[in-house]
Design a protein around this ligand. Sequence first.
Ligand code: NG1
Length: 538
Amino acid sequence: MSFRDQLHALYAPHQKPGHLSFTYGTAGFRTLASTLDSVVFTVGILASLRSKYLNGQTIGIMITASHNPPQDNGIKLIDPQGEMLEASWEAYATKLANLGTEEEVFAEVERLAQNLGIDLNDGVSGNVIIARDSRESGLALTKATIDGLKTMGTKVTDYQLLTTPELHYLVKCINTQGAYGEVSEVGYYKKLSTAFRNIYENFVQSDSKIQITIDAANGIGGPKAETLFTEYLSQYVDFQLVNNQYQDPQALNVGSGADFVKTNQKLPNNITPEPLKLYASFDGDADRVVFYYVDSNSVFKLLDGDKIATLLAGFFKDLVSKSPAKLSESCQIGVVQTAYANGSSTNHITDVLQVPVVCTPTGVKHLHHEAAKFDIGVYFEANGHGTVLFSESLLSLLQTIEPSTPQEQRSIQTLIEISNLINQTVGDAISDLLTVLIVLSIKQWTPDNWDESYTDLPNRLAKVIVPDRHVFKTINAERQLTSPKGLQLQIDDAVSKYNGGRSFVRASGTEDAVRVYAEAASKSECEELSKEVCELVK
Ligand code: NG1
């Protein structure tokens, strides 16, 4: 059947309700799940077009709303190398999702196909893999997406419940014909656990197992981490899982998870902390992680994305400096952050580690692209979303370079194994967790050794509900507003009154709100500044 006929057969139940509008934002479409049926249907069509445009390479579709509350859901597309959807296609996604009739959808798809040189009737089908997190709405939305895929006869494999990074992994494995890893969830576990085991056996000097307690946010990361640790790594890691009720969708992210811990700067439910032991929290789809501990005075200490970035940047800097000259002299290490990074972390990385820092707009796709410009590109959002990218040229050099000392051999081997351990496609709570655990073990660091590298400036991230967040427009990696007119001058004026003050305002890409970030030299000044800027925004 032609696209026209298939669309006609499948469209009616997926018509867009008239009053709604949708935007492909920071992390795809994300909103109340009950409003998303028509959107995911059009995403199915677009994914088919994308795959056909890329000569049948496999595209990923993930149905998740990450850290959002249980009643939300979302959908995002994954490009062939496991990266986020190319930016120019986000506009096509938005356009398609906002059309109200079958005729309009047909005309737009024809127009797109013509502009992009795609033959809708060549009989060659696209290829897509799809998965979802543990939300109640996930199954129905998967079915609606598959209806969209059927309009173009696209071949689809439904992997059902996965973490977002697992799906990114699978997309890359398929399109590299297995060069990145085996095309299965077991392949993912094997790749991570083999790298972890190789580093542990060769470079960790310890008689006791690594201890970690993980708050899984009652999301899909829980059962996946459980499988990995029990079936593959039980020799090395003693783990405990809390908030692992992923079969209870109403519990997702409630009083738990990386976003809760980072935003509230406090322990999640169900953790009774022992001093100086390490804890970690995932978010709902396990693409971010934050760590924390309580010190000997029972004070809660957060080890967020900034701390992860500094830990890893310092570790790589050290390894590279102990590598053969051919590598240490050419290897460019860089850290990529957003404006939400704590000012102290940026100073520490530039001044103490002497590693260059680049600032990009929010959203991992921006950080990922910048990180890919370095040989070792460490990127983390403050909220714990990030990874480390290794350039192809560094990876080939590592395979061929001859060490002349045991130390050089160690450095080369560790770099190779970590490039296998840390997800090369996207931020991944499970792979980041393993990387941090192994680095801390090699360095024989306790959580407070890690924490003491620098002290965060007091900071506050607030949310303000405004009539129309889209009027807030920014430049300079979101650090300055150009609209509403005059507001930036008022913010600058407020900031100038506080020691070490910094504040910026931007519209959220995932929630209907404006975010206000403030930091200052003292807690009271930070609170005052935050309050003042929030008032200006209202
Ligand atoms: P928005 O809602 O655009 O601020 C949030 C996070 C991002 C990113 C996305 C995707 C903050 C301040 N913002 O984006 O870093 O993780 O969600 O999940 O944490």
